[in-house]
Design a binder for this molecule. Structure first.
Ligand SMILES: N[C@@H](CCC(=O)N[C@@H](CS)C(=O)NCC(=O)O)C(=O)O
Length: 292
């Protein structure tokens, strides 16, 4: 193994703003707002402040699935939070999520607005509010929650670990890439074995655990994440994952959910803000910014 760094940590760590890397301009070691700015509020009961990353997509898939089931109370305004520009550090955003990370949701349907942050908490809140995509049978519900919490605990090894060191870090560190590639492949094997015995993650029903896991691990086996990572990790080995990733990806609500707050890829797949169901047909970037 080669060592690409001669770094010896000092006795006391200090904040080195010049440390580089793709997120150097937004990362900082302190919490709280950096600027005074209120968040916009639209006309619907639910106000989502997010970006079309895997964590954001979990929630837009859930909202589109709820609407597809006929829950009109799940109508929502999706506002774009550009984390690369530091929108998550505005005073308004920090009031909804003191952790300054997307997604964040405000439920304004009741007498007092309710804030919810952390994607797993948002999925659970919406599932309980609408009585959907969360089994009521205690054993099935426990299985669903087990996989939901598995996702929330595991994805940082994929995103913050493997993805960061394989795709984003300014230098390639063999030790870090090996460590997190190993863990990511182990996680894919966990899912693949589960999906060999079960149609969906939590059993025979599509639930919030599928919605949480699919944007991360489904995206990985579909080759949508971190450059050439699909080849590097040989994701085609995980045949049950592939079956499940395709099954979920074909759902119309999942296709719509992926478009919301998305700022990369085909212009026709980017709906920067969603305020009405008709926006999918009229407000994608190809319609707003015609070529030429
Ligand atoms: N555990 C959180 C993670 C959320 C998260 O990491 N969000 C990222 C984008 S995917 C973010 O907002 N990053 C901005 C930042 O770190 O400043 C969740 O599941 O909601």
């Amino acid at each position: 193994m080669t060592s690409s760094s001669e770094y010896t940590p000092p006795k006391i760590w200090t904040w080195d703003k010049e440390s580089g890397g793709q997120f150097a301009s937004i990362n900082r070691p302190i919490a709280g707002p950096t600027r005074e700015k209120e968040l916009p509020v639209g006309r619907h009961p639910l106000q989502l402040y997010s970006l079309g990353t895997p964590n954001g997509v979990k929630v837009t898939i859930m909202l589109e699935e709820l609407l597809a089931l006929g829950h009109s109370g799940a109508e929502y305004d999706a506002w774009l939070i550009r984390i690369g520009d530091g929108d998550q550090f505005s005073s308004g955003f920090v009031e909804v999520n003191p952790n300054s990370k997307i997604p964040a949701l405000m439920d304004r349907s009741g007498e007092k607005p309710v804030r919810i942050f952390e994607s797993g908490a948002i999925l659970t809140y919406l599932a309980e509010k609408f009585g959907a995509f969360l089994p009521t049978d205690p054993a099935k519900r426990a299985e669903c929650f087990s996989w939901l919490f598995w996702q929330v605990g595991s994805a940082p090894y994929l995103g913050g670990g493997f993805g960061h060191f394989y795709a984003y870090a300014p230098t390639k560190i063999e030790y870090a890439i090996n460590r997190f590639a190993m863990e990511t492949k182990r996680q894919l094997d966990v899912l693949d074995r589960r999906l060999a015995e079960s149609e969906y993650i939590a059993g025979d029903e599509f639930t919030i655990s599928d919605m949480a896991i699919w944007p991360w691990y489904g995206g990985l086996v579909k080759g949508w994440m971190y450059g050439d990572s699909a080849e590097f990790l040989q994701v085609q080995e995980y045949k049950n994952m592939k079956r499940w990733a395709d099954l979920i990806g074909e759902r119309p609500a999942v296709k719509r959910g992926r478009m919301v707050n998305r700022v990369s890829g085909e212009l026709s797949s980017q709906l920067h803000e969603r305020h009405d169901a008709s926006d999918f047909n009229t407000k994608t970037q190809d319609k707003l910014q015609p070529a030429g």
